[in-house]
Design a protein around this ligand. Structure first.
Ligand SMILES: Cc1cc2nc3c(=O)[nH]c(=O)nc-3n(C[C@H](O)[C@H](O)[C@H](O)COP(=O)(O)OP(=O)(O)OC[C@H]3O[C@@H](n4cnc5c(N)ncnc54)[C@H](O)[C@@H]3O)c2cc1C
Length: 423
């Protein structure tokens, strides 16, 4: 089968790999000049298999106002909000207060996280990819006694699903992260023993190269302008990029993995994908003192900033901002991120030499990604991965390939079904 994958972010590239391994002929179309250049470029680098949770949560809604009022608070929103933002928020509220939905979605995402970890381990065994990756665990800090109580509560579902974790006191936290010498408040932490890290951009590029070596065809700097379909099937895609008239490329099946741009391509086929671009920021700085740097990845609950070690670099990431596709990087956001790093890992990195980045999480109003069949029999969706696309990519790629090949997927896809927003 000739399968066209739209988008060479981490989700599209892992999907291409899974399909090629099954013997399909695969073409990946990417509007930018290489793989992993959009949201997969500067993310926090956590492969947080044990810390995946739905965006729509009543607990989060309760905290939203205080977060919005605080200058360093993690949630930002342009005022007045646009119609698109309001529509997204209303839909989020609907899911947040739907009885039982949060718990079901959280378990579905955690099961996908466990599956994804297995797929990553297999992939890393098979391919020698250089992406500053590791499996040294993930640490969530508790900067207040209340945060520690929340961790004790959330450990229950981890036990239920067999996810290895440790509740730690402040001394034990410092033993796992001895470089953490800052004076930020610390009441303990929750450690996810088998979680990992890695530079998603390097991984996407490296895996795209491995795909090419295995026969996958990549067309960069080429945009899919529309899907060509009759009432039953997708026939191919229309491409813009090469000089001259748009080109048509035939396909036996199409996988839509275009991140935040997925809705515009789906819309023509009567498929409603309410994916919203939830903005975040990161800085990446060279280490100056590795002894003072994180060993793995640390989530500072005080500022909701994540600090992750990539070899001789430190990546720090923060904010959840509802502001459409605005690509500006205000200095105040960077100040908060630097404040967090200095409170936990002072002197670890040269923050004045940091590169800065902003990107958009392709967020669904409830939070789980969209994995399954679309409105034509050979249209498939692997998109809307929101906050956890790097973590869930390897697992969701395998599930996608199983669906395309008509096999029973390794996990229930109910929480991820594309049609759930129209119900
Ligand atoms: C600040 C921040 C921190 C994050 N931290 C983490 C983390 O620690 N762990 C984690 O798991 N996740 C994290 N994420 C989320 C993660 O980065 C995303 O979920 C993931 O990158 C999404 O991958 P994707 O392939 O779906 O989208 P993208 O990487 O955006 O890829 C989509 C691709 O499709 C291409 N495209 C779009 N339209 C077209 C078209 N018409 N034709 C051709 N190509 C097209 C785009 O150019 C793009 O390259 C974070 C995100 C942000 C913003």
């Amino acid at each position: 089968m000739h399968i066209v994958v739209i988008g060479a972010g981490v989700v599209g590239v892992t999907t291409a790999w899974a399909l090629r391994k099954r013997g399909h002929q695969v073409t990946v179309i990417e509007r930018l000049e290489g793989a992993g250049q959009e949201t997969s470029k500067g993310n926090a680098g956590q492969r947080s298999y044990g810390v995946v949770y739905p965006w729509a949560s009543a607990a989060m809604v309760r905290k939203a106002l205080s977060y919005l009022m605080d200058r360093d608070g993690p949630l930002k929103m342009r005022l007045p909000p646009s119609i698109d933002t309001l529509r997204f928020l209303v839909s989020t509220l609907r899911f947040a207060y739907a009885p039982g939905v949060f718990g079901l979605n959280k378990r579905a995402m955690l099961r996908l996280g466990i599956h994804s970890r297995e797929r990553f381990l297999a992939l890393e065994d098979e391919l020698d990819l250089a992406f500053d990756g590791g499996h040294a665990g993930l640490l969530q800090l508790a900067s207040s006694p209340n945060a520690m109580t929340d961790y004790v509560d959330s450990a229950e579902v981890l036990r239920e699903l067999g996810i290895e974790h440790q509740l730690l006191g402040p001394e034990a936290v410092r033993e796992y992260e001895p470089g953490m010498r800052g004076d930020g408040p610390l009441y303990g932490g929750l450690r996810y023993v088998t979680d990992g890290t890695g530079d998603c951009h390097l991984f996407s590029r490296g895996l795209a190269q491995a795909c090419e070596n295995a026969g996958v065809h990549f067309r960069y700097s080429t945009r899919v302008s529309r899907l060509i379909a009759d009432h039953r099937r997708i026939l191919g895609v229309e491409l813009e990029g090469a000089p001259g008239a748009p080109e048509q490329l035939e396909a036996d099946a199409v996988v839509l993995s275009a991140g935040c741009a997925s809705p515009e391509l789906a819309r023509d086929l009567g498929l409603y994908l309410p994916i919203y671009p939830v903005k975040g920021y990161s800085i990446t700085a060279p280490l100056v003192d590795a002894e003072r740097a994180p060993r793995s990845t640390v989530h500072d609950d005080n500022f909701k900033v994540v600090s992750t070690r990539f070899g001789d670099r430190l990546r720090a990431t923060g904010f959840v901002e509802l502001n459409g596709f605005d690509r500006q990087i205000p200095e105040t956001r960077l100040q908060t991120i630097r404040k967090s790093v200095n409170a936990r890992f002072p002197g670890a990195a040269d923050l004045s030499a940091a590169t800065t980045w902003t990107g958009f999480r392709p967020m669904t109003p409830d939070g789980p990604p969209i994995i399954g069949r679309g409105t034509r029999e050979n249209l498939f969706l692997n998109t809307g991965h929101g906050t956890f696309g790097w973590t869930l990519s390897a697992g969701s790629a395998e599930l996608m390939a199983q669906v395309i090949d008509g096999e029973a997927p390794a996990l229930s896809l109910d929480a991820f079904r594309p049609g759930r927003f129209a119900e």
